[in-house]
Design a protein around this ligand. Structure first.
Ligand code: RNT
Ligand code: ZN
Length: 432
């Protein structure tokens, strides 16, 4: 279901504003047309779980757990695969460019049957694959190692019980096969990202044992090599979670080591580090050691709260590092947040557009900044960095939206609200 793209801002106003902006950028050696061409080719992987508060479509109902928490009760969340896809369609129509959708194993279509996680099949994702193919979208995937009775005590792949470990190993192995099927069917490598909640609320007596078990489980999960053309494996570290404040088995150091040793991609989630730690700085630090990086772009407020991504200094810094170090070919960008306090379609659109805007800012960086640094002119570097903040990026962004046939400026809200009115009434019987 496409939403209407009517009521955009006066196109001639944005076209002429862009004319001036283009000339201003040309003054500082930046080609805005070239920047927009690059931006148009950067896909953002949209997290399906923002659309239904991380519930999924399994028949069992389990609490979310694993340290993940969704707050808010905005009406109209998607309850079925078709509803979720129609909401994703509505969001994608308002985000410029061609993108990807990131699925979790719990979002399979199980035909009302109780299919447990260790029985997952590519067939459960046929509906998603067909939908993505029709729209030219790529798909990414994640095993779901939470919201399940066998994860209720907060341990999965590192569990002390071998039977529980085997269950999750089987789930993760099958998840990679789903990723492979997605990549093959769509002709674009699926990133299958593994995150587990394992950790401890209080000081563990044994920090090493769980890590040894996790390593062994991971080796079993990744035992079958899959063609990287179709499936790429990523592992996601974390500093702490609610209920795992004192110890996280899959910490940054653990997974960095594992990824380097085993040639896995490293997933860096912007919410998973100490608030004063710079994720942007990590990109160049790991660049020569891991084959690629999956970014989970999120926004933590005081903790890993997964707020909707906005155009913060941190986001600008992350995007800048990806672009400035020529990492676009080996970094995949995905969103990872879940907020039920505002309209869920809007949450996707706000976050994706913020990330794209940050990438645009990076693509429009005046080359004189780097040149000043290379010449040892640190005064010039700082002065030019500050002056660059005042360049007319907004006009270039508006032009991009216009070229990509999505609403310019806040006009997307009108289209989003039309979709919202229709579905909220359908889903709740109430008019919004
Ligand atoms: C949790 C991780 C993980 C999840 C999703 C739902 O802290 O960030 O990526 O958010 O898999
Ligand atoms: Zn994440």
């Amino acid at each position: 279901m496409k939403v209407s793209r009517s009521r955009r801002a006066n196109p001639s106003a944005s076209a002429s504003a862009h004319g001036l902006a283009r000339a201003r950028y040309a003054d500082v050696g930046v080609d805005t047309d070239a920047a927009l061409r690059i931006l148009a080719g950067i896909p953002v992987s949209i997290q399906c779980w923002q659309g239904d508060d991380v519930r999924g479509f399994e028949t069992r109902t389990t609490v979310l757990g694993g340290g993940l928490a969704v707050t808010g009760s905005h009406p109209g969340r998607a309850r079925t695969p078709d509803e979720l896809r129609s909401d994703l369609d509505a969001a994608l129509a308002l985000i410029p460019g061609r993108h990807r959708v990131n699925l979790h194993a719990m979002y399979g279509e199980f035909g009302g049957k109780p299919v447990d996680r260790d029985a997952l099949e590519p067939a459960h994702f046929r509906g998603w694959i067909d939908w993505a193919r029709q729209r030219g979208l790529g798909l990414d995937f994640n095993p779901t190692c939470f919201a399940h009775a066998r994860a209720a005590d907060g341990s999965t792949l590192s569990h002390r019980d071998a039977g529980i470990r085997r269950f999750w190993i089987e789930h993760c192995r099958r998840s990679r096969k789903v990723g492979l099927a997605m990549g093959r069917a769509l002709g674009t490598a699926c990133v299958t990202n593994l995150w587990i909640p394992d950790g401890s609320k209080d000081t563990p007596a044994d920090r090493r044992g769980p890590r040894e078990r996790l390593e062994e489980s991971l080796d079993a999960v990744f035992a079958d090599p899959l063609p990287p053309r179709y499936n790429v494996d990523a592992v996601e570290p974390k500093l702490f979670g609610i209920g795992a404040e004192s110890y996280t088995v899959g910490s940054h150091d653990f997974y960095l080591g594992y990824a380097v040793k085993n040639r896995k991609w490293l997933c860096l989630d912007t919410g998973h580090y100490h608030p004063t730690e710079s994720l942007a700085d990590k990109l160049s630090a790991v660049a020569s050691s891991v084959p690629g990086v999956l970014l989970h772009v999120s926004r933590g407020v005081r903790w890993d709260s997964d707020h909707v991504v906005t155009l913060t200094d941190e986001l600008l810094a992350v995007a800048r590092e990806v672009v400035a170090n020529d990492q676009l070919g080996r970094v995949r960008l995905g969103l990872d947040y879940f907020d039920a306090s505002i309209n869920r379609v809007a949450a996707w659109v706000i976050g994706a557009r913020a990330l794209q805007r940050a990438l645009l800012a990076a693509l429009l960086e005046p080359p004189a900044i780097r040149e000043a640094e290379a010449a040892g002119d640190l005064t010039g570097r700082l002065a030019l960095q500050e002056e660059a903040k005042g360049l007319p990026m907004g006009a270039v962004w508006d032009r991009f939206c216009e070229m990509m046939d999505v609403p310019v400026g806040a006009a997307w809200l009108t289209a989003m609200r039309a979709h919202d009115r229709r579905v909220t009434e359908e889903r709740t019987g109430l008019s919004p």
